[in-house]
Design a protein around this ligand. Structure first.
Ligand code: ADP
Ligand code: TRP
Length: 327
């Protein structure tokens, strides 16, 4: 039997290079592997735990579907759907919440960070986030989850839920693992932390034009270009990571050698990098334009996706309810 893959991205803004390299590239690799059945969703229910605009929300959801299709997800090979269109995820998540303690949820680094940053908006949906995510994955009995490293604590909860459900109720959930890509942790353009939609100035969007990419790279902080040791953090480390991801490990090595010898000219590096990044994004942007003028096609993808995913989800839900004595 084929192994299953499930992943999702929230509808909280434009997709950026972190999402692309950390998540979407993994989705693409597995979609083309005949050993896997792949399901990819827009995590709309996971997007409403932070302040958002209901009036434009449907556009944001659709935009992620278009990003998926533009990047190469193929509805002939993958099931592409919107999380809330398969309401069984929510029902199963409630059943799962009975095997998780509040204390465990309160200890999650992602929740703790939220509490520190913005305690007033640390709502119940935020605390419940990993429970719903466990349900997203386990309702399809997915084995592999292409996500970036920031999602590892959440994935750990999914594994715990699988174990506990199996122990307590005799279900047969697999313990899902991260499908790790080369860009599993893409650094921020600011040189601090990870690239993120919610941090202004940290990201390059998939829709950015060459000029915008140039400008954004120009603002990455650098040093004199020369030194005894190649920096392992900050803006220079970010640039070298991007060189590795878009121009190859050999090119990175060349720049590293230059750093400890004659020195790096950052204007040259940034220009070459901007071109390489744009070269990868240009076909995605062209495809996006096409899709924007084919609303009927996009609607059909979303509709078919909900049907296919829903059929699997319903089966798992009945199975779990039976095991739990609910039916
Ligand atoms: P963001 O953190 O920018 O709001 P999401 O939470 O919607 O993005 O993340 C969607 C997917 O992209 C997840 O799989 C996440 O792990 C991945 N991802 C996000 N940022 C990065 C990054 N900087 N490096 C690698 N993967 C990332
Ligand atoms: N939590 C993920 C993120 O912020 C999105 C997500 C929701 C997800 N459900 C999922 C990812 C299930 C993988 C599998 O990026």
């Amino acid at each position: 039997m084929k192994k299953r893959v499930l992943s999702g991205i929230r509808a909280t803004g434009k997709l950026h290079l972190g999402n692309y390299l950390g998540a979407v590239k993994g989705m693409l690799a597995l979609q083309d592997d005949p050993g896997y059945e792949t399901l990819f969703m827009v995590a709309d229910l996971h997007s409403i735990n932070s302040p958002y605009d209901p009036k434009t929300f449907q556009e944001s959801v659709r935009s992620v579907v278009i990003d998926y299709l533009s990047a190469g997800l193929d509805p002939e090979k993958s099931t592409i759907f919107v999380q809330s269109h398969v309401p069984e995820h929510i029902e199963l998540s409630y059943l799962f919440s009975s095997v998780l303690t509040v204390a465990r949820m309160l200890h999650l680094p992602t929740y703790k960070d939220k509490l520190k940053e913005d305690a007033e908006n640390a709502n119940m949906a935020m605390l419940y986030y990993p429970v719903l995510m466990a349900s997203d994955i386990l309702i399809y009995k997915a084995n592999e989850v292409p996500v970036g490293d920031d999602q590892l604590p959440h994935l750990e909860i999914s594994r715990e839920v699988a174990r506990k459900m199996n122990e307590k109720f005799g279900t047969n959930f697999p313990e899902p693992t991260q499908f790790k890509t080369q860009g599993h942790s893409v650094p921020s353009l600011t040189g601090e932390g990870k690239m993120s939609k919610s941090v202004e100035g940290s990201f390059i969007a998939l829709t950015d034009e060459l000029e915008t990419i140039r400008k954004k790279l120009a603002s990455v902080p650098t040093d004199s270009g020369k030194g005894e040791k190649v920096p392992t953090e900050g803006g220079v480390a970010t640039l070298l990571k991007f060189v590795e991801l878009f121009m190859g490990a050999e090119k990175r090595q060349e720049y590293e050698n230059a750093y400890v010898r004659e020195g790096i000219r950052y204007s040259e590096l940034k220009n070459a990098l901007a071109e390489s990044i744009y070269k990868e994004l240009e076909p995605i942007q062209n495809k996006r334009k096409e899709l924007e003028s084919s609303p009927a096609f996009v609607n059909q993808v979303i509709k078919d996706g909900a049907e296919k995913a829903g059929a699997i989800a319903k089966e798992t839900l009945v199975e779990v309810k039976e095991k739990m004595g609910l039916i």
